[in-house]
Design a protein around this ligand. Sequence first.
Ligand code: HEC
Length: 99
Amino acid sequence: MKTFFALAGLLGCAGALAAEPPPAAPFPYFVANCFNCHGTEGNTKSAIPAIAGRERAYLEATLKAFKDGSKQATIMHQLAKGYTDEEIAVLADYFSRQR
Ligand code: HEC
């Protein structure tokens, strides 16, 4: 009986967790992939260039150049390949609006 209640408790917990609404996303989910290296909101103070607040057209053109291989990079060309042109436009728009 003890086991049953313990199990029921666990299941109840899991149920509550599953029912939890996802946290409100102020940005498209894939934007967070860039934070690891470029810093949250795209503000880095390291060797990795900051992308926050840069011109939208520059960011979009640069990401597309990484994607088609016309711009040399150590990693960004690999990363950029994972995004559609529409997603790249969203990324450029998002980071251009960060300060
Ligand atoms: C693994 C680390 C890493 C991740 C993740 C990453 N970047 Fe980069 N990014 C770099 C590095 C390093 C450079 C410098 C170019 C190179 O060597 O690849 C760069 C360069 C850039 C540049 C060019 C900046 C300039 O000054 O010309 C842009 C734009 C950019 N990244 C956007 C993004 C976006 C958008 C994402 C998310 C989709 C992202 N990066 C994710 C490491 C990263």
